[in-house]
Ligand binder design. Structure first.
Ligand code: NAD
Length: 488
């Protein structure tokens, strides 16, 4: 069995206890690797290494140019190992290979984007009052604890590490206990790139204890979290005693609105992609599909006609468009929601069950599921299911569509389909969400800010905004008058 190690203080290490966790392929149950199961003491070791690396300054005192060049090297190294990384991501997460390849390429691009940005972190100067030259410095925050979920492991690790490092911070990253493998591979890659010890630490382990230690430790200056909204609340509570900086990327129940004047075929295609890409295990999934009543029946039928094209299977098998869910427990949770939808009176139009056949017997597969005639107050319209379950809600007019779209505690993403661009922009401006698309769904750009309104989070990742989350701001006042103040 392959034993994988984690990165602490510049070295690949086991847990102090020697404990390991089996990591399984959700498509066939095969054990892929044994990874260290960190406890608080392991995370403390990583935090101390990071603390020393920050306080002694080997990273923040490098030039921005050198930090940028280092991030370019990480991008190159990811590209060199892209095939391996994509394959590991498929086996560990269950996603189709084409999606994993896209994630790996985007992870490299993210390091490159922030490599370029490292040299563009500027302050300001002012001469207020006249006898003072005042300027504003932007400095790294310090030790950043970073906790990521299981659905996009390498990509989320990159979204966290790249801006933090560009800004001169040091990091302790904890991937999900379910999908640590590509983050640990990234740790191995970093050891080959001459990074001072302790600047990046990657610890595998569970949320309880290992994750909690990162949120609670007074030696950590900032915690950046991506995951569920309920866990986000715990992170905030854990961070309270030290009042560390907190940024949160949380869940969503995202509206995707289709008007009768849309490009019908594009909207059908885009709405299926919005709901079922990555098995629907996407925070920004268009899991609430709002369709104008005048085209509702025809639209749902057109989606049903296309559903057979979503080929289920192991992500490494040719032509597969949907893989297994991440774990047996998660599939059960999604199935429980399907039962709830039926009990609530929504109309199950397809899916709702496990596919039959030997190819699916050992994996956590579930058919793509569409509920029609969903009412906004139903739980399947309100709660994040995080699986291949689409709730279709018919609406009468633009006002009602906006009202339904905003009737949620979340505010992560939204889509609108209409050929009337004025209407598209008007509707988008009325929707309380941080990531929006008109006549498309899901494209994500390293250059643009990612994050949510309302209970979908706090702060932004990516783009110029993403680096702000890793910078402190300091004012410096230089007295231009000579001699004493003369106050006393
Ligand atoms: P999760 O909240 O269960 O776990 C996320 C991470 O937090 C994991 O690493 C886990 O080990 C850790 N964790 C769990 N409990 C903890 C605790 N008490 N203290 C510290 N760490 C703890 O989420 P998940 O099931 O891995 O991922 C799915 C969720 O992530 C969904 O809600 C999804 O919407 C969200 N998500 C959001 C974004 C975004 O950008 N907004 C992106 C991807 C996923």
């Amino acid at each position: 069995m392959k034993k994988v190690q984690m990165l602490i203080d510049g070295k690949m290490s086991t847990a102090l206890s020697g404990e390991t966790r089996e990591i399984r392929d959700p498509g066939n149950g095969e054990v892929l690797a044994l990874v260290p199961e960190s406890a608080r003491e392991d995370v403390q070791r990583a935090i101390l290494a990071a603390r020393r690396a920050f306080d002694e300054g080997p990273w923040r005192n490098t030039t921005a140019l050198d930090r940028g060049k280092f991030l370019f090297k990480v991008a190159d190294a990811i590209r060199k190992e892209a095939k391996l990384l994509a394959e590991i991501e498929v086996r560990n997460c269950g996603k189709p290979l084409a999606e994993a390849e896209f994630d790996v390429a985007d992870a490299a691009n993210c390091f490159e984007f922030y490599g370029g940005l490292a040299t563009k972190i500027h302050g300001e100067t002012m001469s207020v009052p006249a006898n003072s030259l005042s300027f504003v410095l932007r400095e790294p925050i310090g030790v950043c604890g970073q906790i990521i979920p299981w659905n996009y492991p390498l990509l989320m690790a990159s979204w966290k590490l790249a801006p933090a490092l560009a800004a001169g911070n040091v990091c302790v990253l904890k991937p999900s206990e379910l999908t640590p493998l590509t983050a640990l591979e990234l740790g191995r890659i970093l050891t080959q790139l001459e990074l001072p010890a302790g600047v990046v630490n990657i610890v595998s382990g569970p949320g309880a204890n290992a994750g909690e230690e990162l949120a609670e430790s007074p030696l950590v200056d900032k915690i950046a979290f991506t995951g569920g909204t309920a866990t986000g609340r715990k992170i905030v509570l854990g961070a309270t005693s030290s009042l560390k900086r907190v940024s949160l990327e949380l869940g969503g129940k995202n509206p995707n609105i289709v008007f009768e004047d849309c490009d019908f075929e594009a909207a059908v295609d885009g709405s299926l992609f919005a709901a079922f890409a990555n098995q629907g295990e996407v925070c920004s999934a268009g899991s609430r599909l709002l369709v104008e009543k005048s085209i509702h029946a025809r639209f749902v039928q057109a989606m049903l006609d296309k559903i057979p094209r979503i080929k289920l299977g192991h992500g490494l098998d040719g032509g597969v468009k949907m893989g297994p869910l991440i774990s047996a427990a998660h599939r059960e949770k999604v199935e429980q929601y399907i039962r709830v939808g039926v009990e609530e009176g929504a109309k199950l139009r397809c899916g709702g069950k496990r596919p039959e056949g030997a190819a699916f017997a050992k994996g956590n597969f579930l058919e793509p599921t569409i509920f029609d005639n969903v009412i906004p107050k139903m739980r399947i319209a309100r709660e994040e299911i995080f699986g291949p379950v689409l709730s279709v809600i018919p609406f009468q007019n633009e006002t009602e569509a906006i009202q339904i779209a905003n009737d949620t505690e979340y505010g992560l993403a939204a889509g609108v389909w209409t050929k009337n661009i004025t209407k598209g922009i008007r509707v988008m401006r009325a929707i309380r969400a941080g990531i929006t698309w008109i006549n498309t769904y899901h494209p994500t750009f390293n250059e643009l800010p990612w994050g949510g309104y309302k209970q979908s989070g706090n702060g932004r990742e990516l783009g110029l905004y993403g680096i702000e989350e890793y910078l402190e701001v300091k004012q410096v006042n230089v007295n231009l008058d000579e001699g004493p103040l003369g106050w006393y």
